[in-house]
Design a protein around this ligand. Structure first.
Ligand code: SAH
Length: 249
């Protein structure tokens, strides 16, 4: 595991106190990379106060305009959610997720994404993730305070760091680097365009097609070479569609 490759991303946090408490939770568990996507108020004395001796984590926090900016260079992204969503994604608890994240962190950039205090993450934001993490809290009141949720997840990472070596998994010996978020987004745009070109996808009634395809590809995890092959197939398909349209017209 390499904690330097793991970042905690907070999306649209409302209360600066929570940001400070997250910084403290992170530093206690040996993590230092905090990304803030459009925080409502930051910096703020309440954040400093709640961070206690973790003000260095706040000082180095990266403030981003969009979630894409915060996770674009990551190969492995985990979204956290207190409740079930319409299209279920691979869902793990904090312990299982920590194992996957710790393994990925050896060679890859890993992001753990946390949502807004009032509404969590949007479905679109959750669709950018390889995995969803749910802390199996009591369904009668399932939503934890943001910093408490970060604490639970980072504690599980800490337990793995303290335990030492993880068993080596197939992924670690893969021969090509896994695709980054940015490249996956370019692929999804290209795929959607092509599916419209071949009239498989009706832009007027897209249903959940793209969400399901995203889920498929994020479950498999493409490497950069596989991604290039798929992009090549899409480009050729578009070329042939154009040719066919010309001869039709
Ligand atoms: N009402 C919101 C809860 C937001 S709590 C919702 O339904 O999603 C703020 C953030 O804390 C969440 O976006 C998530 O990142 C984290 N969180 C809170 N409870 C959690 C749980 N049980 N499992 C995983 N993450 C949780």
């Amino acid at each position: 595991m390499n904690p330097d490759n793991i970042r905690i991303v907070l999306v649209n946090t409302t209360h600066p106190g929570n940001i400070g408490a997250v910084a403290r939770a992170m530093k206690n568990m040996g993590l230092a990379r905090l990304y803030l996507v459009e925080p409502r108020v930051f910096p703020h004395e309440e954040a400093d106060w709640r961070a206690a001796s973790a003000q260095d984590v706040l000082a180095h926090a990266v403030v981003c305009a969009t979630l894409d900016d915060a996770i674009g260079d990551c190969q492995f992204v985990v979204g956290t959610s207190a409740r079930e969503r319409r299209i279920p994604w691979p869902l793990l608890d904090a312990r299982q997720c920590a194992q996957r994240a710790a393994r990925a962190s050896v060679n890859e950039q890993v992001a753990l994404v946390f949502g807004r205090e009032d509404r969590g993450l949007t479905n679109d934001e959750l669709k950018c993730c390889n995995l969803h993490l749910n802390i199996p809290s009591d369904p009668a009141y399932s939503s934890l305070n943001l910093a408490m949720a970060v604490q639970v997840v980072t504690y599980e990472l800490r337990m793995l760091a303290v335990a030492g070596s993880l068993p080596v998994e197939q992924d670690e010996q893969w021969d090509a680097p896994f695709a980054t978020r940015d490249n996956m987004e370019r692929f999804y745009t290209h795929l959607e365009e092509t599916l419209v070109d071949i009239e498989f996808l009706d832009p007027a009634a897209p249903r959940q097609l793209m969400a399901r395809l995203r889920r498929l590809y994020s479950r498999v995890r493409l490497d950069e070479m596989e991604l290039n092959i798929l992009r090549g197939i899409l480009t050729e398909t578009q070329k042939w569609v154009k040719k066919a349209r010309k001869t039709e017209g």
